[in-house]
Design a binder for this molecule. Structure first.
Ligand code: HSE
Length: 400
């Protein structure tokens, strides 16, 4: 028997309880061990819930119960969640989480602690919701030297952009819809300003390239300044605007550049056709070539699916290290996106031609503005030089 405790009975935590309850027999058969939900920690009571009897308010009840083998942390953030995760690992319990902020900022430390205690620290649900991505990178693609990861990593922003592209909604209208559908984080700034995608690309890059990449090393731009005019200009160029997280490993020295920013993606790219709340992650390896992972990147049950998969993995390997792993980070691990060349999209004030650029058209373009596709492979400093003296409204890379 493996007893499980869930920390935080919010969207994901309640989804985890639901999946364990609904599929309990099948889950226990698969791991050849009885998986039982013993506690749910929350500050609230849920008298109407079928799980009311499992609710506790004091973490030390879980910490001190030797029959609890796996703790599921779905509190979020990096304060209480960090404290409870450390204490659970110290108490010799495996921890499973969907908390990308905690993994992106303290992943290395927590994996080290799990290693010392010979337990698992698993976080498949922290990236791509229900999409299996971390375990495939760690196991199925382990023979590859990976060179690049590019992903649509945030369901809320992809939903907003899809509604702007498909239905002509303004950014604000599309955000309200995403919130009404329960996709957005409690504070939508984490989604729309790119921080959520930043945390996810940190986790992917750390796992793929073997050293901790932290959010403060990842330049991050969100989608708040994208207008319907940008959407239409992109369409006239045969492209769609997508918020991408990218991590590129430079072969010469093994350094990594990771960043999050809106991109223009050609319609023929599979990433251009990832719509709504779906996520997709493309991974490039020297043996596999280009492989793409696609699925529901947010939502209660898709995320719970990934969490419970990790619970089963931890339960199968009790008292045996099963954690993801990477080494400590540092400034020497990364190189700047200023060194990455690409083609560019620019929306600027005025109509004067931009050197080496094709003018784009849009019905919704603002008078007195123009938009340009600057072809070739230019570093940011080179493109800024071409636009010198112009007021730049938006400047985005084109995915090559
Ligand atoms: N708010 C996140 C998203 C949830 O929209 O992708 C999953 O991390």
């Amino acid at each position: 028997m493996v007893n499980v405790a869930i920390l935080g009975f919010g969207t994901v935590g309640s989804g985890v309880a639901e999946v364990i309850h609904k599929n309990g027999q099948h889950i226990s058969e698969r791991v050849s061990n009885q998986i039982a939900l013993k506690y749910i920690l929350d500050i609230r009571d849920f008298p109407e819930s079928i799980f009311a009897g499992q609710i506790v308010h004091d973490f030390s009840v879980i910490e001190q119960d030797p029959t609890v083998g796996v703790v599921v942390e779905t509190i979020g953030g990096a304060t209480i969640a960090l404290d409870y995760t450390r204490r659970a690992l110290m108490a010799g319990k495996s921890v499973v989480t969907s908390n990308k902020e905690l993994v992106a900022t303290h992943g290395y430390e927590l994996m080290q602690l799990a290693r010392e205690k010979n337990v698992s620290y698993l976080f498949e649900a922290s990236v791509g919701g229900g999409i299996p991505i971390l375990k495939p990178i760690r196991t199925c693609l382990a023979a590859n030297e990976l060179s690049e990861i590019t992903g649509i990593l945030n369901g809320t922003t992809n939903y907003i952009l899809t509604r702007m592209i498909r239905a002509g909604l303004s950014f604000e209208e599309a955000l309200r819809e995403a919130q009404a559908n329960g996709y957005a984080e409690r504070n939508p700034a984490a989604d729309i300003e790119g921080h959520d995608a930043c945390r996810k690309i940190c986790i992917l890059a750390s796992l793929a390239f073997g050293r901790q990449i932290s959010p403060d090393q990842v330049p991050t731009e969100g989608i708040t300044s994208i207008t319907l005019a940008d959407v239409e200009y992109a369409k006239s160029a045969g492209m769609k605007i997508k918020l991408l997280g990218r991590a590129i490993r430079r072969e010469a020295d093994g350094k990594v550049c990771a960043y999050v920013a809106p991109h223009l993606v050609p319609d023929e790219s599979p990433l251009a056709n990832v719509e709504g709340v779906f996520n997709a992650i493309s991974v490039v390896g020297d043996a596999i070539g280009d492989v793409m992972f696609y699925g529901q990147g947010a939502g209660k049950l898709p995320t719970a699916s990934a969490v419970v998969g990790d619970v089963m993995d931890a339960a199968k390997h009790m008292c045996y290290l099963k954690s993801n792993c990477w080494e400590a980070g540092g400034p020497e691990v990364v190189f700047s996106q200023e060194e990455v060349a690409s083609a560019w999209y620019a929306r600027v004030a005025g109509e004067e031609p931009v050197e080496g650029a094709r003018k784009l058209s849009a019905a919704q373009g603002e008078p007195g503005e123009s938009a340009w596709l600057i072809e070739g492979a230019l570093r940011p400093a080179e493109v800024r030089a071409r636009l010198a003296g112009r007021e730049v409204k938006n400047l985005y890379r084109v995915l090559g």
